[in-house]
Design a protein around this ligand. Sequence first.
Ligand code: NAD
Ligand code: DAU
Length: 352
Amino acid sequence: MILVTGGAGFIGANFVLDWLAQSDEAVVNLDKLTYAGNLETLASLNGDARHHFVRGDIGDRALVGQLLAQHQPRAVINFAAESHVDRSIHGPGEFIQTNVVGTFNLLEAVRGYWNTLPDDRKAAFRFLHVSTDEVYGTLAPDAPPFTETHPYEPNSPYSASKAASDHLVRAWHHTYGLPVLTTNCSNNYGPYHFPEKLIPLVILNALAGKPLPVYGDGQQVRDWLFVRDHCSAIRRVLEAGRLGETYNVGGWNEKANLDVVQTICTLLDELQPRADGKGYAEQITFVADRPGHDRRYAIDARKLEKELGWKPAETFETGIRKTVQWYLAHPAWVNNVTSGAYRDWVQQQYGA
Ligand code: NAD
Ligand code: DAU
């Protein structure tokens, strides 16, 4: 049994689906179902006894403690977070609450549980914290990619809150001996990505005939990784990572934002051409830049590759094609997300 937090979000849900496709080890999935949590993504697990969903907050120490005592997991994998940089600029409070205070309360609940375990299970237990490359700050165009020893220099309220959570996890290992692992991953993309983030936003806006908003000059660089490759990296680190270590996860796929948007337009021109015969790139619109916008992220993933033998399965070219095809093939999921129907369902089901 493992306990996953944030397992109704983009990466957490992909992780749960991948995990149960490869293993019969059950998953307790604790998720608050914020605007970013979507049970539609997990619909294929309805009635599957290996998946136990609980709506709740990682900051609710009593609830987490009760779940741990009841299910006795051998590992906790923490995906739960506020994750969108633009939202953190408009309203940082929730980011501090969940990413910092929430992680603190989760660590305390886990520490309490871990202390009750017999020695063999105590030694085998793992707390894996899923973090981001954004904690390292921004890179100059010619600087080498981030290694695990790069200083923490977060620039947005989001990345500062994630950096704080990473430090808490580190401290709980050094001070209390909690067996922790941390992964710092680059930008993910793939199925079930909420359309507030660049790639799904561009795909769906293009199909809806809306502008494709590119911030500033569009020359900011991100290092893209297909979400299932992130999931395989987490599984590998959970299996064989050295305690207290951090592992960078990335696919060596640096791209400027404008190139990403143009690639999506070209794929859509091929797979679902516009009715008027024009290219989707006509919809590209340059808009005001994000305040404090980090210019470049790039991940050096050699530690994970060399130490644990992990390799991504997808290149950006194969992954982005699969992603565009997935959005074209799943209009029901897309419609529910864009219409807010899944939020209505949560309201109806949970009354809040
Ligand atoms: P997401 O926003 O899609 O999902 C977050 C999930 O956490 C949602 O289901 C939400 O309901 C849940 N959640 C939020 N607050 C909660 C709380 N207090 N208690 C319980 N559940 C709560 O995010 P994502 O893109 O899937 O990211 C998952 C994790 O991976 C985050 O920690 C993020 O920082 C990290 N990360 C993301 C990326 C990326 O490119 N998306 C890259 C590297 C690391
Ligand atoms: O690097 C990992 C991080 O990647 C994760 O930790 C975050 O949770 C995740 O949201 C992501 O952060 P970014 O800010 O890089 O992702 P986003 O999709 O919001 O933006 C990608 C780039 O595209 C960024 O440079 C901003 C730009 N952008 C974004 C949007 C939404 C645009 O130009 N236009 C847009 O409309």
